[in-house]
Design a binder for this molecule. Structure first.
Ligand SMILES: Nc1ncnc2c1ncn2[C@@H]1O[C@H](COP(=O)(O)OP(=O)(O)O)[C@@H](O)[C@H]1O
Ligand SMILES: N[C@@H](CCC(=O)OP(=O)(O)O)C(=O)O
Length: 382
């Protein structure tokens, strides 16, 4: 009975998702013997992705494989950091070529996105990354994301693509993250070591007991980059961003179709949607670094669900960067809400009270047409 429920749950989560991030590890994409892309598997997953796109869903792929492909092309490379980075440099273009070839028969275009940890942890860069991904999706492109291994050193790495995928899901405000693995979900213990381990179809709380089932970090030293523990850590990041996670096997051809058809998998649900989680984060975890005083017209517009235009701002105070949280106040100084500024304090002060079409002439560059986008704003309940 439990497995029937699991089939419905993972399948339903996929049918209901609006924006999906699919993480694909090197072992699925690259043949261990030939060190070439697994063309049949890629062709099949491209078909799966095309189906999701044709249903109107946004799809983002997080693809590993650059280092393995680069090593295949430059077999003489050693194991030093710079050798790995050289492998990534050569392999990343091979990886993108493989993706473009696989997606082309479906009329789909692949867009390369290389991220380092700073891109999702520093809000200024985070806003830029989000805008790029949104623009790619708006043009029907499938972003193919990987870590920027050529420049990322240990201190600035995500470390594994499971976590990178969760951060990408958070950045893109996806509602579903699919981690394709060599195992069909989470078990009560490592099924390779404990044949009595039971499959868990649905996880609603990532309790310490559940987290412990993945073992410690690098529990499976020598196999990938950390086994189930990194997948659970990724699911936890996704969940706190309002994004559910499916852990499923990617070993057969067309694994996404298999999930749709009820293949066994684990669904880790998320209680709130991504937008609610994002707004909770803005309202609850960030301390405002400055203040924008609004005129009465702007206050009315915000309450009607509009974004904040520079024209409605009468004063700017504090020292904030683009992407920082700022307090919004009405003409008498009473709180209206908080939001993430699309301009730093200095530029905000220069464009306050001015029309959006004057911004470029005033600042000398074309930035956002609003000072705070409505999605990046939380109004006080008054
Ligand atoms: N509780 C668990 N449930 C399922 N798999 C587990 C568990 N604990 C450890 N594992 C191991 O994690 C492996 C999947 O992690 P990994 O090899 O990193 O996957 P991938 O290469 O697909 O990213 C499984 O093959 C399994 O041996
Ligand atoms: N960014 C690296 C992969 C990192 C990683 O987590 O790999 P994997 O365990 O195969 O998902 C690469 O492209 O080779």
């Amino acid at each position: 009975m439990a497995s029937t429920l699991s089939k419905l749950d993972a399948a339903c989560a996929l049918s209901g998702a609006r924006r999906v991030v699919v993480k694909i590890g090197s072992s699925l994409l690259i043949d261990a013997q030939t060190r070439q892309p697994t063309r049949d598997w890629l062709a099949a997953i491209a078909r799966d992705l095309a189906v999701l796109k044709s249903e109107g869903r946004d799809v983002i792929v997080v693809s590993s494989g650059s280092i393995a492909l680069g090593r295949g092309r430059l077999p003489g490379l050693g194991v030093r950091l710079e050798d790995k980075q050289a492998a990534a440099s050569v392999g990343q273009s091979l990886l993108m070529a493989a993706w473009s070839t696989a997606l082309e028969p479906h009329g789909l275009v692949a867009g390369q996105v290389l991220l380092t940890r700073d891109d999702t942890e520093r809000r200024r860069r985070w806003l830029n990354g989000r805008a790029t991904i949104d623009a790619l999706l708006a043009h029907g492109v499938i972003p193919i994301v990987n870590e920027n291994d050529t420049v990322a050193t240990e201190e600035i790495r995500y470390g594994d693509n499971d976590r990178l995928a969760a951060r990408t899901a958070q950045l893109a405000r996806a509602d579903l993250l699919i981690l394709l693995s060599d195992v069909d979900g989470l078990y009560t213990a490592d099924p390779r070591r404990d044949p009595a381990a039971a499959h868990l179809p649905l996880i609603e709380t990532l309790s310490p007991e559940v987290m412990a089932m993945g073992g410690g970090a690098n529990a499976d030293a020598g196999v990938g980059t950390g086994g189930m523990a990194t997948k659970l850590a990724a699911a936890q990041i996704a969940r706190s961003a309002g994004c559910a996670t499916i852990i499923a096997s990617g070993q057969a051809l067309s694994p996404l179709t298999a999930i749709r058809e009820g293949a066994r998998a684990t669904l880790i649900s998320a209680p709130n949607g991504p937008m609610a989680a994002y707004k909770q984060w803005i309202a609850g975890s960030l301390s405002p670094a400055g203040e924008l005083r609004l005129d009465a017209g702007a206050v009315t517009a915000l309450k009607a669900g509009k974004s904040l235009l520079p024209a409605g701002v009468t004063a700017v105070s504090g020292d904030f960067e683009k992407g920082d949280c700022v307090r919004l106040t009405d003409p008498s100084g009473l709180p209206v809400g908080v939001g993430l500024a699309a301009y730093a304090a200095e530029d905000a002060a220069r464009i306050r009270g001015r029309r959006s079409d004057e911004i470029e002439a005033i600042l000398g560059y074309r930035g956002a047409s609003v000072l705070i986008h409505r999605d990046d704003m939380v109004l006080s309940d008054r």
